[in-house]
Structures are given as C-alpha cells and as structure tokens.
Design a binder for this molecule. Structure first.
Ligand SMILES: [Zn+2]
Length: 212
C-alpha cells in the first residue's frame, strides 16, 4: 500500500517536500525509501507485483518510479484529481511521480460494502481486498481493507493520523484529514479484532494495537 517517498525525492526534493519535511519532522533518509527497505529483506523491485494507492499525494506515491514494472491500483476519482490539479493545495500532487507511465488499473464505485463502509473490491486478490472511499483529504482518498490469515487489516490512509504534536490543534488536524476520526475510533472500539492503521501514526494509535 503506497510507496512513501522515492529515491528521486531524496536526491532532488520539490519545494513542497522540503516544506513538508520541516513541518512534519519527517526523517529524511533514503534508507527509508521502500525500495531500500525491501532490499534489506532480500526483495528485488520486480518482486513487487502490485501497489495499491490510498491517494496520490507526493508522500504516498513518490516511490512508484522505483517499481516501474508493478501494477498500480487506484480509485479513478483520485487519478482524475491528480491529472486535473487545481488550486494551491494540489502542489502535493507531483506530475513527475508518474512520468514513467505506470501500469494503472482504475476503479469506479460499485455499490458494494465492507462492514458499514462503502467499498470497491480490488481485482485479482484472494483473500480479498477493498478500497474504502473516504473523500475529504483528497476527493479520491481511500482506506484499504485487507483480509489476512490473522483477520482483517483496515488501513485508513490519510483519513486519520496521530502526529502527537502539541503545536497542531485538533481543529487543524480535522481540517486536513476530514471528519472520519470519531467514526473510525468508534468502529475500532466495536471491532477490536480488526487491525487498524493510518499512514502517519504511532503503533498504539487506535488503542487496540497492544504488542504490535
Ligand atoms: Zn495526503
């Protein structure tokens, strides 16, 4: 799911990445790039067959070009927002991140549900995976639900976050992330068996990650 920053971002960051790394205290170390983390586990880039995107902001897709032969699954509304960038906030969409022309597979709404969330089944996976559209942070922001041997994993992308900084008030976080946090916390409390994560988080974020 997502790639984080890629090698080109560490070598040649955009002004927006420079800004973001300062305000978010992002560790800016190319050892953190997915391609370098995977190689430490013995994987080559071509071993990665599928990348599923929560959304197309720079800090989520910068590494796509490190995996040029990988199929990229994306919600069509998010891809359209990336292509038709509008306004200052769209500086977080960086055209060069797809300059290598990734092999995209696009998804439209289907009317399916996963628990009480709207959902779109992702093609070709058994056990199954779903996009969970939670538009606000971007118009095509999706969580991703993955069925694993150990149960469901629900990755909430940037519909939730936990930066734990005293200088960022709650209203500003909901301005950036949208209205989903109360619903996601309530869902997490009702479903302690579901492992939940967010893109920017500490491990005990949802309170049910003991030992994670
Ligand atoms: Zn984002």
């Amino acid at each position: 799911m997502d790639t984080g920053l890629g090698l080109q971002d560490y070598a040649n960051p955009t002004w927006f990445t420079q800004f973001f790394r300062i305000v978010s205290y992002m560790p800016f170390d190319s050892n953190e790039a997915a391609i370098n983390q995977l190689s430490r586990y013995g994987y080559k880039p071509e071993d990665v067959k599928h990348i599923i995107l929560t959304h197309m902001h720079f800090d989520h897709i910068g590494g796509l070009s490190d995996f040029p032969y990988t199929k990229v699954h994306v919600y069509k509304k998010e891809y359209d927002a990336f292509i038709h960038r509008k306004g200052i906030i769209s500086a977080a969409y960086v055209p060069r991140h797809i300059a290598h022309k990734p092999y995209f597979e696009f998804y439209e709404d289907t009317g399916e549900t996963w628990f009480e969330f709207d959902a779109i089944k992702i093609n070709g996976f058994d056990p199954e995976m779903y996009f969970i559209p939670m538009p606000y942070h971007t118009v095509g922001m999706c969580g991703i639900a993955i069925k694993t041997e150990g149960g469901w994993h629900f990755h909430c992308g940037d519909a939730a976050a936990d930066l734990r900084r005293d200088d960022v008030p709650g209203w500003m976080m909901s301005l950036i992330l949208g209205p989903y946090m109360p619903r996601l916390r309530e869902f997490s409390a009702r479903h302690p068996e579901i492992h939940m994560t967010a893109s920017h988080m500490f491990l005990d974020f949802f309170g049910n990650q003991a030992g994670a």
